[in-house]
Design a protein around this ligand. Structure first.
Ligand code: ATP
Ligand code: MG
Length: 590
């Protein structure tokens, strides 16, 4: 492999040191069982299981009701706090409202809300009521909102008066199945026709609600994928997912009851809901929720002053912090920080190391997708990191690298280390999705030969570490070489002028396909021919002539999904003059 970084060797704990939740990876893999993990939960009287019950009622039953559950921060400096008991009462009120309006278990409740108490309360209350919750990203325009509400057969929508006016009022008549729209934050103002004042309904409802007796296989959550590779898919999850949500947060994020935890993902996406809203409550931690948008200085301030101990963020955010320069990072100290993690896109080795030099510890990359419902591959607190690798499978999960057979129907497992193939898993972990919305055929295509096929290409090295190579659609085959866009992007990122890059294959007369890199430069720099030559030479030195880009183009901003992921397929479509697909309507022109 062209790039290699020295492993980051973790200090072995001495006597008296607090051990990581996963203190010994090998023995945890050996002894782990999902049944044992399920026994850590309380369960419902009568034997069922419910995500919100485990997140809230269990803590209150254990005498932890007065513990701080969530602290919401806004720019005006006012913090809104909820204990576990207060959040349970608020969610219970919401459950009553939902029960009175949506008669059927399994009815779908959608939210179109930014981060804040209403979103937590709606999610947890819906789950308690046995209805299915689906969060939508609040920055979506009317088109993507309408598509998802219609696809998901939304019965109830929770939003604010402002978001309703801007994004829903104009499409309401195209959504006959949407029976109720509940508005929060109206503050006594007259509401638009066809809406109800949620805050009033909540105030009138009882703060006690006996959780509906959901079973492990009852539907709980609907999440739409990011739409990086095509039309976003609706992914269905059941209440049993809670078993994996809790265990993975404990093992992969090292989350503990006294942590002050910050997950930067928006709850409109699966990470923000699973590890932003639910998992910290399942682990008894305190969540710090920043309701504002990204701002480097504010983020450093928050890390330091809110005494964050576990931070879960994304490569795009880390690269933006890197772009903002070291001075801002160095202006503060982060004495409470214990663990840094990242997900959503490949984490370049430079970013892993940047964590170490600026924040005093490396970022721990982990991998999962909407379909897997929880982290499946991770770098752990006690395990050495190989920068650029996404780590080792979660205990209880068997991963593999497979290749599809020539007839396309079957797969073979590749056991030779470092051989590229599709990242696959043996089904059986509790948070595995149970279907795509209205697309049984696509769901079936995800499985072959007893494996779940992730659609990502990776390799596994001799030590069992997994290395992401790209989406199956993004990988470049040039002059007989298989080229990982991620490796080329990581090499470019080691150049001091480069902030971000996206790499694709373009047609080439000689090689069939050649590598082209689109580069976003650091603040204040301008791309010219000299810098272009310098970058090409830099890439060739790092990667060798076969893998280095043949062409480099400077761009102001790379195309991204609304969740911030680089869309290489859009770069390809633009390069080849092809239509850009349906993204402009579904993703609001991401
Ligand atoms: P769509 O399925 O609609 O194309 P998406 O796959 O981006 O969108 P998500 O489920 O939000 O939607 O993202 C999961 C994908 O993100 C993974 O399949 C993988 O490609 C990428 N990903 C997540 N974490 C990592 C990681 N640590 N390293 C590399 N890639 C990652
Ligand atoms: Mg996907």
């Amino acid at each position: 492999m062209p790039l290699s970084y020295a492993p980051i060797v973790k200090r072995r704990p001495g006597t008296g040191d607090q051990l990581a939740n996963l203190a010994d990876y090998a023995s945890a893999r050996e002894s782990f069982s999902w049944e044992d993990a399920r026994h850590e939960l309380e369960g419902l009287p009568g034997g069922g299981i419910n995500i919100a019950h485990e997140a809230l009622d269990r803590a209150v039953h254990a005498g932890q009701g007065a513990r701080l559950a969530v602290r919401f921060l806004s720019r005006d400096g006012v913090a809104l706090e909820f204990t576990y008991a207060e959040l349970l009462s608020a969610a219970s009120r919401f459950a009553h409202v939902v029960e009175s309006l949506a008669p059927e278990r399994g009815d779908r409740v959608f939210s179109l809300l930014g981060r804040g108490p209403a979103l937590h309360i709606a999610a947890l209350g819906t789950l308690k009521s046995g209805r299915v919750f689906c969060p939508l990203f609040s920055a979506f325009g009317p088109e993507p909102v309408q598509t998802r509400l219609a696809l998901g057969d939304a019965r109830i929508l929770v939003t604010t008066p402002m978001l309703y006016e801007r994004k829903v009022a104009g499409i309401r008549e195209r959504l006959p199945q949407l029976q109720w729209v509940l508005l929060t934050g109206a503050g006594g103002r007259v509401l638009p026709p066809g809406t109800l004042d949620l805050d009033r309904l909540l105030a009138a409802a009882s703060p006690e609600f006996a959780t509906v007796a959901t079973t492990a296989e009852d539907p709980a959550l609907l999440h739409f994928t990011s739409g990086t590779t095509g039309r976003p898919k609706g992914v269905l999850h059941v209440h049993d997912a809670v078993v994996a949500q809790q265990v993975t947060a404990r093992l992969a994020l090292d989350l503990r009851p006294n942590d002050r935890y910050w997950c930067t993902a928006d709850p409109g996406w699966v990470t923000g809901m699973t590890y932003g809203v639910l998992a910290p409550l399942l682990c008894g931690a305190t969540s710090i929720v920043d309701v504002e948008e990204f701002d480097p200085d504010r983020w450093y301030q928050l890390l330091a002053e809110e005494r964050i101990s576990v931070w879960y963020t994304a490569p795009t955010a880390i690269r933006m912090l890197m772009k903002a320069g070291p001075e801002l990072a160095q202006a503060r100290t982060y004495s409470s920080l214990r663990f840094l993690a990242s997900v959503g896109e490949p984490l370049n080795p430079e970013a892993v190391l940047w964590g170490q030099s600026m924040l005093g510890m490396p970022f721990h990359d982990n991998w999962w997708q909407t379909e897997t419902g929880g982290i499946l591959v991770a770098n752990y607190a006690s395990v050495d990191i190989k920068p650029g690798s996404m780590g080792l499978p979660i205990p209880g999960v068997q991963a593999g690298i497979v290749q599809r057979t020539d007839d396309g129907g079957g797969v073979v497992e590749i056991t030779t280390p470092d051989t590229p193939g599709e990242l696959a898993f043996r089904p059986g972990w509790p948070s595995m999705f149970r279907g795509y919305l209205d697309n049984e055929e696509k769901y079936r295509q995800c499985f072959a030969g007893g494996w779940y096929l992730s659609g990502d290409l990776a390799r596994c090295d001799a030590d069992g570490y997994y290395w992401f190579l790209g989406r199956t659609d993004d990988v470049i085959k040039a002059a007989g070489h298989l080229i990982s866009p991620f490796e080329v992007e990581s090499a470019l990122l080691t150049h001091p002028a480069v902030a971000q890059s996206g790499v694709i294959g373009v047609p080439d007369e000689v090689a069939g396909t050649a590598v082209k890199a689109f580069v976003e430069l650091k603040s204040g720099l301008r791309g010219d021919a000299a810098l272009q030559r310098d970058l090409l030479a830099h890439a060739r030195r790092r990667l060798g002539a076969a893998l280095a880009p043949r062409e480099i183009a400077f761009v102001d901003a790379l195309p991204r999904t609304r969740s911030g992921k680089i869309m290489r397929r859009l770069l390809r479509a633009r390069e080849l003059g092809q239509p850009e697909g349906d993204l402009s309507t579904l993703e609001g022109g991401a």
